[in-house]
Design a protein around this ligand. Sequence first.
Ligand code: AMP
Ligand code: ZN
Length: 139
Amino acid sequence: MDNCIFCKIAKGEIPSVKVFEDDRVFVFEDINPILPGHTLLIPKAHAENIWEISGDDLAAIHRASKRVAEAIRSVLDPVGVAVFQLNGRGVNQVVMHYHLHLVPRMADAPALTMTDWELKPGNLDEIRRIGEKIAVALA
Ligand code: AMP
Ligand code: ZN
């Protein structure tokens, strides 16, 4: 897609620190790493988010994420790897081309505060009401 920075990265039209690619997936280092080793996986075919990406590309991204997570583990020996993905400006998606984040954390690195949310029991009636609606939509 014209004017999409990640399409341009996948085509090699703008530089990136590439770590892997196959016919569907391109993998490179995040230029503003949350922690060292922060890596992004994108489909080569433009899709904005989880609603647009094809099932085959989504499967390819997640298959590749396992390989990349294994490589990250062998190289960096992290105490954990956070895997996440944002869909929509309302949850702070900034680049509107689907991307999966892999963020390793080494033992001596600062806390990954974004993964450290407070556990507060929800309203069980509301949890059930929403869960039932989603289940119906899935049926
Ligand atoms: P998100 O909020 O999930 O849309 O995050 C977009 C991510 O893309 C951020 O972590 C950025 O640092 C990263 N990013 C943006 N431009 C580039 C680029 N040219 N090369 C590598 N990473 C980038
Ligand atoms: Zn794109």
